[in-house]
Design a protein around this ligand. Structure first.
Ligand code: ADP
Ligand code: TRP
Length: 351
């Protein structure tokens, strides 16, 4: 393991994983596990920023863990752990916040998005700031939400990770991580932290579209295909996907809903299948019903075996517990070393 690049990534414990999570993150984790020194975790502290029901939080952690394992992550090849099982992360988060500006956090796209939703603001601009400062008791825009990028940076830096496989929507957070690392290094005149990068096997970051015609697939958009979806439910979702009236003349431009179906097909189908439907679109012989049927078929080939394994593992608390206890022990080792060294760099000493 000595000279391998260190890989670190995680997913928030906020519900079942969908195809966006799978192609943006989990599938990359699985493919990387043989070639890198990998650490994958379940971000339960990050989930707290949006106030989950306490009764559901642990269930959600278990669910993601079962889905990680069902998708093929091997606990003997990777360190798999739960974020809150590594208390060093919380302390480093406190220390790192001393070097993070409120202004840069307030300008982060994900924060603005969530704050806007919580406050019911529809426009952009400085309205958000005014509303947050004016509305002192609105704890839905909480400090944890604001400092979300600090916590994510710490997740990564505490392992001194080189590569962070995530979807396109997380790239701004990674950019901030690099900035915090650089700032820490220059403030303390050290080269302690490395600057991590996203990893996409040489291609661009993936953005999996939803089935509703526009935008990305996401839990809060209600347009997801879940890994755990039953066959019937999944087929129904795909057959209901938005389309258009069809091409009127050869080589017409492709509208967004159809481009999205092609994007999904590119992920799950063979190149020949995709080409077949693209050609049919170009010569106007395409039937969207056939396209969707094929798409559903090819998605099921990916998700059904995973679904079966999730159902097998899900209830096995003994096994799940064993995996994360072993993972936490190993993650804590690295985390404790980093924290010890950072405390020293910052001048924190024990009597
Ligand atoms: P959601 O947006 O559904 O709440 P998360 O924010 O928990 O999902 O994302 C977990 C991981 O999945 C991240 O690495 C994120 O980049 C990736 N991801 C989520 N949705 C998509 C998508 N539609 N396309 C590509 N990657 C995605
Ligand atoms: N912010 C990521 C998401 O919403 C989850 C996450 C938290 C993460 N900490 C991380 C991802 C560290 C990669 C590395 O999906």
């Amino acid at each position: 393991m000595e000279n391998k690049n260190i890989v670190l990534s995680g997913i928030r414990a906020t519900g079942n994983l969908h195809l966006g999570n799978y192609y943006g993150a989990l599938n990359k984790f699985v493919k990387m596990q043989n070639d890198y020194d990998c650490r994958f975790f379940i971000a339960d502290l990050h989930a707290l920023t949006t106030h989950p029901d306490p009764k559901m939080l642990h269930e959600n952690v278990k669910q993601i863990l079962a889905e990680y394992l069902a998708a093929g992550l091997d606990p003997d090849k990777n360190i798999i752990y739960v974020q809150s099982d590594v208390p060093e992360i919380s302390e480093l988060y406190l220390l790192m916040n001393m070097h993070v500006g409120i202004g840069e956090l307030m300008r982060t796209a994900s924060f603005k998005d969530k704050a806007r939703k919580a406050l019911g603001i529809h426009s952009d601009g400085d309205e958000i700031e005014k509303e947050i400062i004016g509305n002192q008791t609105n704890q839905r825009v909480n400090a944890g939400l604001l400092t979300y990028p600090t916590l994510m940076a710490v997740d990564i830096l505490i392992h001194n990770a080189d590569l962070v496989p995530v979807g396109k929507d997380q790239e701004q957070h990674l950019e901030l991580t690099r900035r915090f690392a650089r700032r820490f290094n220059s403030f303390y005149k050290t080269e302690y932290f490395k600057e991590p990068t996203n990893f996409n096997f040489g291609g661009n970051a993936v953005k999996v579209p939803g089935l509703d015609g526009s935008g990305k697939m996401g839990k809060s958009e209600g347009n997801c295909i879940y890994l755990i979806d039953e066959e019937k439910v999944l087929r129904k979702k795909v057959m209901r996907a938005m389309t258009d009236e069809g091409p009127k003349e050869p080589n017409s431009p492709v509208s967004e809903p159809i481009a999205n179906l092609f994007t999904l097909m590119e992920l799950v189908s063979t190149p020949d299948t995709l080409q077949h439907f693209k050609d049919a679109y170009a010569d106007c012989s395409i039937r969207y019903g056939d396209l969707k049927k094929q798409l559903a078929e090819d998605i099921l080939k990916v998700t059904l075996p995973i679904r079966e394994r999730i159902l097998e593992i899900q209830g096995d608390d003994e096994y799940l517990g064993r995996v994360v206890r072993q993972g936490a022990e190993r993650a804590c080792e690295t985390a404790a070393k980093t924290l010890r060294e950072v405390r020293e760099i910052m001048g924190i000493k024990k009597f």
